[in-house]
Design a protein around this ligand. Structure first.
Ligand SMILES: Cc1cc2nc3c(=O)[nH]c(=O)nc-3n(C[C@H](O)[C@H](O)[C@H](O)COP(=O)(O)O)c2cc1C
Length: 111
């Protein structure tokens, strides 16, 4: 699984993330489960964020996501983090859900 996460800046992914996605060799992406998340400010005006933009970029490379893009919210627009109360737990549940989605269950063997 490839999990791509990025802060939202200017309503999209950072230039560094954009370059990173472009640089991923296509053969590595084939057959890989890919998911995207961003961090962003929760405010009325700020509805567009990095993860959907990353999803669009991946889509143009022929890569679909395992689950829809997700956002986790920070307290302030102007500085790094911290996450809003409850967001760390929500992120942990999201990661757990992903691990369950890709879990490989042993095959039942008939005797
Ligand atoms: C230059 C800059 C631009 C930003 N643009 C946005 C934005 O368009 N939408 C938004 O919701 N948050 C925006 N933010 C807030 C960041 O998304 C937030 O600070 C970041 O997600 C925190 O994560 P970090 O601690 O990993 O940097 C911006 C922050 C900076 C510094």
């Amino acid at each position: 699984m490839l999990i791509l996460g990025c802060p939202t800046q200017g309503m999209r992914q950072t230039p560094a993330m954009q370059s990173f996605i472009t640089s991923i060799p296509r053969e590595l992406l084939s057959g890989l489960s890919v998911v995207c998340f961003d961090t962003r400010f929760r405010g009325g005006f700020w509805k567009i964020s990095a993860a959907p933009s990353m999803a669009k970029q991946l889509h143009t490379m022929g890569v679909g996501l395992l689950v829809p893009p997700e956002s986790f919210f920070v307290k302030s627009m102007k500085k790094e983090g911290p996450l809003l109360a409850g967001e760390l737990e929500r992120a942990a549940s999201w990661a757990h859900m992903l691990s369950e989605k890709i879990a490989v269950h042993p095959l039942a063997v008939k005797s």
